[in-house]
Design a protein around this ligand. Structure first.
Ligand code: LMR
Length: 397
């Protein structure tokens, strides 16, 4: 039976890591997968994570299964982080959180929940979006559709088109939004634009599914949740998927969460029970270690303060690289205006490079970026910047 199986194409993002690892060029540069790198080009373990792990190893007494939705302490900590400890939805018990293996695991559980409970609902996603969004949704049997998002002429948000398209989405469909640091464009709605989006969601009766993989990479943990709070201010129900890969640097621990906000505590409990049915049929219950790290840090004021500082340092480094990138490109005599890159937020920018230019960067200069032209700014360092910008100047010529 296996002889008839065709080779699958490599993943457009994670596949780049394999190609990068095989590249023998000592000057290779990885701007592909969304992983933070420090000034020396390594992906560090945060000091607060190391300390939490020391405590966990010393205090752990059992390797028994977690509950289907994970540890309740973790769920409570995540809800406070995402919505704010004082948010009425949290205080009124209308939030329920399930621990999931990473943000991708959370998205899959959300898609399974949608398929089981709203079988005709479609998930509407921005054009462009993270390529795994449609893949995960379709794997769960949910149909997808797109709404306009990016305006290539201004390198900004195509807001009027976005709003007009959202007004046409049928009642009961799901609207996938990026909570902050839009992947791949780095372009987020302003506070006023979020309010307008929230009003349309409310008027049309849509269910928002907020992918919140980069909380803290934009401005801060609290400010990055402004869009989410704008949605909640209208009283809508919603789903939020968190990832702690980026903001805690816990990529390989696969730790994330699916949170839901209902109109009553009873509805929240019922939805969580259905989410648990989906989890049980998928991976049964989540792995413990990554969530234990996050819960340990968030339960301890000193460790939380240390984490906030380490997160700010990651954010500041990315923003410094955005600025240096724009300056270095200009110094290379490139006449195209790249200043938009310093206004974008999070790890990614949509460089505007074509698929062919990205391919030439890889084949001629061992510089790896996603085919769409998305570049991971966190892969830039002071030492690789000159070579990077010289290569971009060459492929643009
Ligand atoms: C990315 O977009 O590069 C990250 O979210 C990693 C991934 O899983 O694609």
């Amino acid at each position: 039976m296996f002889e008839s199986i065709a080779l699958a194409p490599s993943d457009p993002i994670l596949g780049l890591n394999d190609a990068f690892a095989k590249d023998a060029n000592p000057e290779k540069i990885n701007l592909g997968v969304g992983v933070f790198q420090d000034a020396s080009g390594t992906t560090p373990i945060l000091a607060c994570v190391k300390e939490a792990e020391r405590r966990l190893v010393a205090g752990e007494t059992s390797k028994g299964y977690l509950a289907i939705s994970g540890s309740p302490q973790y769920g409570r900590q995540v809800a406070k982080l995402v919505f704010g400890a004082d948010h009425p939805a949290v205080a009124e018990g209308r939030v329920a959180t399930a621990h999931t293996p990473g943000g991708t695991g959370g998205l899959r559980v959300a898609a399974d929940f949608i398929k089981h409970n709203f079988p005709v609902a479609k998930i509407w996603m921005s054009e462009p979006t993270w390529p795994n969004h449609p893949t995960v949704s379709r794997a769960a049997g949910v149909e997808t559709a797109t709404y306009p998002y990016f305006d290539a002429a201004t390198n900004g948000l195509a807001f009027d088109k976005l709003l007009a398209a959202m007004r046409e989405i049928p009642q009961g469909d799901v609207l996938l939004l990026h909570g902050c640091c839009h992947n791949p464009t780095g372009v987020d709605p302003t506070a006023e634009q979020w309010s307008a989006i929230a009003d349309v969601v409310d008027q049309r009766g849509l269910l928002p599914l907020v992918d919140f993989a980069y909380q803290g990479f934009g401005t801060s943990i609290v400010e990055d949740a402004a869009g989410l709070r704008a949605l909640l201010d209208t009283g809508v129900e919603l789903l939020v998927v968190s990832s702690f890969s980026k903001n805690f640097g816990l990529y390989n621990e696969r730790v994330g969460a699916l949170s839901l906000v209902a109109r009553s505590a009873a509805a929240a409990a019922a939805v969580l029970s259905q989410v648990k049915v989906c989890i049980r049929a998928n991976y049964s219950n989540p792995p413990s270690h990554g969530a234990a790290i996050v819960a340990t840090i968030l339960a301890d004021a000193a460790l939380t303060a240390q984490w906030q500082q380490e997160l700010a340092a990651m954010r500041d480094r990315i923003n410094a690289m955005r600025k240096l990138f724009v300056e270095t490109l200009a110094a290379k005599g490139i006449d195209r205006d790249f200043s938009f890159i310093s206004q974008q937020r999070g790890m990614f920018s949509f460089s505007g490079l074509t698929r062919e230019q990205v391919e030439r960067l890889k084949s001629d200069y061992a510089i790896y970026a996603v085919g769409s032209g998305r570049i991971n700014v966190a892969g830039m360092t002071e030492s690789n910047m000159d070579r990077l910008c010289a290569a971009i100047a060459a492929v643009l010529r």
